[in-house]
Ligand binder design. Structure first.
Ligand code: HSE
Length: 416
């Protein structure tokens, strides 16, 4: 198949935009060039020829020689307007804006369908890990049982630095910002929102479920204190912010984002610093593990480059599972084992939320409870001041596990 020339109109020239410029210079084999770059700040000095730049978005959107818009700006609302206009004008779009995609997933699907133009966004999830393309192409079947991943580089960097290198939370966050990992509003990272947006995108490609961000429960790492870090250290665990999605029945999937204790035998244990990792479980392969840098200029730019390259072959997402898995529903009907830290003077009667308690501890100021709890109670607990929650494990329903595995195995065996 011959390659199409890609003439790019680039929005944004921050850390990733400049990274893309450099990465493109180093890949001359790809017939892609940046025609024009639209930026906001007129007073900023930039390291490349001033002739590239404009401050008028229409100069890119109305330019017929530009067949591809690459959107790498920070503002999700402005990004949506740019992406929407570009698609309506028949231009292919590449974006890394997970917040924008998560907030407008359904509209973006409709725009792609109506105007018959591709929108690619591999860089939006786990930066350098090609997880979306794998979910689309390789896991193009209903054998996927679960997905769990460290999908935010900044929080993983902060957790690694605070727990292993003894750097303070504030310094580690500052460092993540300086290195270009963190969002400009870092609560999106530390509160688990960025991970939630990424999980929403993954759910569509993994299980064919489209949700609104408010439907996915998230807690972040911002309430973790020394007590939890000390407990983890004593047990030989690490605390990681994990995005979970898993089947809870033949046609039901649950998902949430929360910090979790990860044990040395777990694949995610080795995922440190700015790295992301995704573990996929299928009925027949047990698990597969993807590892790669999850934030930063070059890892993100390399995923954008890969999308540009895919466009030169006319690649587009087919959203195969959205079409085939119409009967799959989202629910949150499951039980977990959690570690709950509380401040003694702020809360009482926490035990009532638990179905069982394995371990408890309390001194004059803080205490913890470890036990099983229904997910719905976890959501209520997370809103109480003075409480912090770490997931120990999701309790698998043995009935569901056996059902799923048996039904799928029987189906396949009957075909052989
Ligand atoms: N703030 C994001 C992160 C950037 O830390 O993962 C990459 O999406």
């Amino acid at each position: 198949m011959s390659r199409k020339n890609i003439n790019i109109g680039l929005f944004g020239f921050g850390c990733v935009g400049f990274g893309l410029y450099e990465v493109l210079l180093k890949t001359p084999g790809l017939k892609a060039n940046i025609n024009k770059i639209c930026v906001k700040d007129k007073n900023k000095s930039r390291p490349i020829d001033a002739g590239y730049f404009t401050y008028d978005k229409d100069e890119l959107l109305n330019d017929e020689s530009i067949n591809t818009i690459v959107e790498l700006i920070d503002d999700a609302d402005a990004a949506f307007e740019i992406v929407k206009t570009a698609l309506m004008k028949g231009k292919a779009v590449v974006t890394a804006n997970k917040k924008m995609i998560a907030e407008h997933f359904t509209e973006l699907l409709e725009l792609q369908k109506k105007y018959k133009v591709p929108l690619l966004y591999e860089a939006a999830v786990c930066a350098s890990i090609p997880v979306i393309r794998n979910l689309e192409e390789y896991y193009d079947n209903d054998l996927l049982e679960s997905l769990e991943g460290i999908v935010n580089g900044s929080t993983n960097y902060i957790l690694t630095k605070t727990s292993e290198d003894n750097i303070s939370y504030a310094d580690a966050l500052l460092d993540a910002q300086k290195k270009g990992y963190a969002e400009s509003n870092p609560i999106l990272d530390t509160g688990g929102f960025d991970a939630k947006y990424k999980l929403l995108i993954l759910l569509a490609h993994a299980f064919g479920i489209v949700l609104n961000p408010e439907e996915i429960f998230n807690i972040g790492i911002d309430k973790i204190s020394d007590l939890e870090l000390k407990y983890a250290r004593e047990k030989g665990y690490k605390i990681k912010l994990v995005a979970h999605a898993f089947k809870t029945g033949l046609n039901t999937v649950s998902a949430f984002v929360a910090p979790r204790f990860v044990q040395a035998k777990d694949k995610l244990f080795q995922v440190d610093d700015v790295y992301n990792g995704v573990v996929l479980e299928t009925v027949f392969t047990e698990n597969q593990f993807f590892l790669g840098k999850g934030a930063g200029a070059y890892p993100t730019a390399s995923a954008v480059l890969s999308d540009i390259s895919a466009l030169s072959y006319n690649y587009q997402y087919e959203y195969k599972k959205l079409v085939s898995n119409k009967s799959v529903k989202f629910n949150n009907d499951f039980t977990l084992k959690i570690f709950l830290k509380y401040e003694v003077d702020k809360v009482e009667n926490l035990r009532l939320y638990f179905s069982s308690i394995d371990e408890s501890y309390q001194n004059n100021t803080v205490g913890y409870l470890i036990g099983e709890i229904e997910f719905i109670h976890l959501q209520k607990l997370s809103r109480i001041e003075g409480v912090s929650i770490i997931i120990d494990s999701v309790i698998p329903s043995s009935v569901i596990e056996t059902d799923l595995a048996n039904v799928l195995k029987n189906e396949v065996e009957s075909l052989v």
